[in-house]
Design a protein around this ligand. Structure first.
Ligand code: 6PG
Length: 247
């Protein structure tokens, strides 16, 4: 891991790794340490997309499988595409294939965003109730964060979760879950800033040369949905060298 001085973000630590595998191991170590040091049940908000796949695969290898307190970890999603859970586009489907099918996760600890038999709005309301049931409170507070760890990716347009540029979801500061992309072929359900910011640790995973351009803009200080997120706890951006802008 090398710390690259010019890659600085306000209120976040930036760590650069030579390649995706080293980044995934670092993320797995951070995650398993946070989970094993927590007292009682702890919630994780999972990122979708392709970047976290290697991290998820590592979680069920012997090194991490034995470190994670599977009975105490509750798995939630930061966003979901409004498709059936067995659809290849589903964020739940990817985590089920990589982790849930290989680890001793109690069924009651798996909290997918519902995407069948409901409208997107109804799904957002149901998921809000699921989060509040787990949290035990209907109000978010700094003293008792909703999540132990929030894992997020970064889109090439600067979105994170399904908080896209110019989306009304960016203005949502009271609901915990809302809809996005309702006018698109695949609507999205996403946690809002207040819910995603309510965490002890937030990990952004950004890899690959396709993310160089957006990272260059971010490190120049331009504002995007991903950089507007202000986690209550520690925020760490993990980049691989391929994603680091070269100027
Ligand atoms: C999703 C994610 C989304 C993702 C970014 C990066 O549902 O797609 O929540 O925010 O993290 O789009 O996607 P990649 O990891 O595939 O580049």
């Amino acid at each position: 891991m090398t710390s690259t001085p010019q890659l600085k973000l306000k209120n976040a630590e930036v760590k650069v790794y030579s390649n995706l595998d080293l980044l995934a191991h670092a993320a797995a170590t951070l995650l398993s340490h946070r989970l094993s040091s927590a007292k009682g049940d702890i919630a994780v908000s999972l990122a979708g997309g392709s970047t976290p796949k290697r991290l998820y695969e590592l979680l069920v290898t012997p090194t991490y499988l034995k470190k994670i307190p599977w009975k105490r970890v509750h798995w939630f999603w930061g966003d979901e595409r409004f498709v059936p859970p067995d659809d290849p586009q589903s964020n739940f489907s990817m985590f089920k294939t990589t982790v849930l099918s290989h680890a001793p996760v109690p069924a009651t600890n798996i909290h997918p965003i519902p995407t069948i038999g409901l409208t997107p709005k109804a799904a957002a309301d149901v998921y809000t109730q699921e989060l509040q049931r787990f949290h035990g409170e209907k109000v978010l507070s700094a003293k008792n964060p909703l999540f132990g760890v929030v894992i997020l990716g970064l889109g090439e347009d600067g979105h994170t979760a399904s908080l896209f540029p110019d989306s009304p979801a960016l203005k949502e500061r009271s609901s915990w879950v809302t809809c996005a992309n309702l006018n698109q072929a695949v609507p999205r359900i996403t946690l809002t800033y207040p819910a995603l910011e309510s965490c002890h640790d937030c990990l952004f995973l950004v890899t690959g040369s396709a993310k160089r351009t957006i990272l260059r803009s971010i490190f120049r200080g331009e504002i995007f949905p991903a950089t507007r997120l202000k986690p209550q706890g520690r925020c760490t951006w993990l980049l691989d060298q391929a994603a680091v802008p070269n100027s």
